[in-house]
Write a protein that binds this ligand. Structure first.
Ligand SMILES: NC(=O)c1ccc[n+]([C@@H]2O[C@H](COP(=O)([O-])OP(=O)(O)OC[C@H]3O[C@@H](n4cnc5c(N)ncnc54)[C@H](O)[C@@H]3O)[C@@H](O)[C@H]2O)c1
Length: 272
C-alpha cells in the first residue's frame, strides 16, 4: 500500500473530485481528515473511509477564512499528530452569465478567496508543522485546464486557477530544501457532482466531441494521480502541473473537422 499510515488532509472532500481523492488515498492506506463547508457534506466520505478500515476525521471549515484554516489544521494535528499530505481541492466555479461586465465584486472576490487564498492559507498552516518535523511532506493543488485556456463566462475562475499553477511552482521552490513536494493536477472535464449539476446534456455532448478521448473523465481519474503524487514513486517530481484531460489541451482541431476525419470515440463506462 503506497500510502500506508500516512495522514492526509483533503479540502472539499465531501463530494466530487475531493471525495474520489479521499477514497483512493484511503484505499492506498492513508487516514483522512475530511474537510468541507459543513459536517453533513463531509460525513458520507468519512463513513466510506472508515468502511475501508482507515480512520477519518470530519472537519467543517471554509478554506477562504484563514482563522478557520488554522483551526482545521490544529484539529488534525491534535487527532493524528502530524499531516503528511495536504490536498488543496476545494474550489468554486460560478458561471458569470453576461461575462466580464456582469461579474459582481462579491463573486470575483469569493472565487479568488476560495480558489487561490484557500490553497495559500492551507499550505501556510500545514507547512509550519511539516518543516518543524523534518520528515518532508506532499502538497497537491487542484488547478484546471482553464489555467491555460480561456472559456466564455469564467473570467474570475480562470485567473484564480492560473495563479494556483504559479503558487505551486513558488511553494515547490521554497519548500524543496525541506523535502516537501508541491505539485498540481489540472483536471479537464470531469464528471463530478459539481460539473454534473451545472451542465445540461447538450453541453456535455459538445464537450465529448471536443475531447480527443471522446469522453469526460471520472473523478477516480484524478484520485489515482493524486495517490501517485503523494507516494514515494513521485519523490523527484516537484513544481509540476499534471493535466488529466483526455488530450483536451493538446488538440486544436475544430470539432466540425474532427467529426469528419476522426470519429468521436464512444463514451467510457465509469471505472468505479
Ligand atoms: N469537475 C471538473 O471538471 C473540474 C475541472 C477542473 C478543475 N476542477 C477543480 O476540481 C476541484 C473540485 O471540483 P469538483 O468538480 O469536484 O466540484 P464539486 O462542487 O463536486 O466539489 C467541490 C467541493 O468543495 C466544497 N467547497 C466549496 N467551497 C469550499 C470552501 N470554501 N471550503 C471548503 N470546502 C468547499 C464543496 O462543498 C464541495 O463538496 C475544484 O478546485 C475545481 O475547480 C474541476
Amino acid at each position: 500500500m503506497k500510502l500506508e499510515n500516512k495522514i492526509a488532509l483533503i479540502t472539499g472532500a465531501g463530494s466530487g473530485i475531493g471525495k474520489a481523492i479521499a477514497l483512493e488515498m484511503g484505499s492506498a492506506g492513508a487516514h483522512i481528515a475530511v474537510n468541507d463547508l459543513t459536517a453533513e457534506t463531509a460525513e458520507t466520505t468519512a463513513h466510506q473511509i472508515e468502511d475501508l478500515g482507515r480512520e477519518a476525521l470530519v472537519i467543517p471549515a471554509d478554506v477562504a477564512d484563514s482563522e478557520q484554516v488554522e483551526n482545521m489544521v490544529q484539529q488534525t494535528l491534535n487527532r493524528f499528530g502530524r499531516i503528511d499530505i495536504l490536498v488543496n481541492n476545494a474550489g468554486v466555479y460560478i458561471p458569470q452569465d453576461g461575462g466580464v461586465t456582469a461579474i459582481t465584486d462579491e463573486a470575483w472576490q469569493r472565487i479568488l478567496d476560495v480558489n487561490l487564498n484557500g490553497p495559500f492559507y492551507c499550505s501556510r498552516a500545514v507547512v509550519k508543522d511539516m518543516i518543524a518535523r523534518k520528515q518532508g511532506g506532499k502538497i497537491i493543488n487542484i488547478s484546471s485546464v482553464q489555467a491555460e485556456v480561456a472559456h466564455f463566462d469564467a473570467s474570475a475562475y480562470q485567473p484564480s486557477k492560473a495563479a494556483v499553477v504559479m503558487l505551486t511552482r513558488t511553494l515547490a521552490v521554497e519548500l524543496a530544501p525541506y523535502k516537501i513536494n508541491v505539485n498540481a493536477i489540472g483536471p479537464g472535464a470531469i464528471a463530478s457532482e459539481g460539473m454534473g449539476a451545472s451542465l445540461g446534456p447538450e453541453v456535455i455532448e459538445a464537450y465529448r466531441k471536443r475531447i480527443p478521448w471522446g469522453a469526460r473523465g471520472y473523478t477516480r481519474d484524478i484520485g489515482t494521480v493524486a495517490v501517485f503524487l503523494a507516494s514515494e514513486d513521485a519523490r523527484y517530481i516537484t513544481g509540476q502541473n499534471i493535466y488529466v484531460d483526455g488530450g483536451y489541451l493538446s488538440d486544436s482541431t475544430p470539432t466540425e473537422l474532427k467529426s469528419q476525419d476522426h470519429p468521436v470515440p464512444p463514451d467510457d463506462p465509469d471505472p468505479k
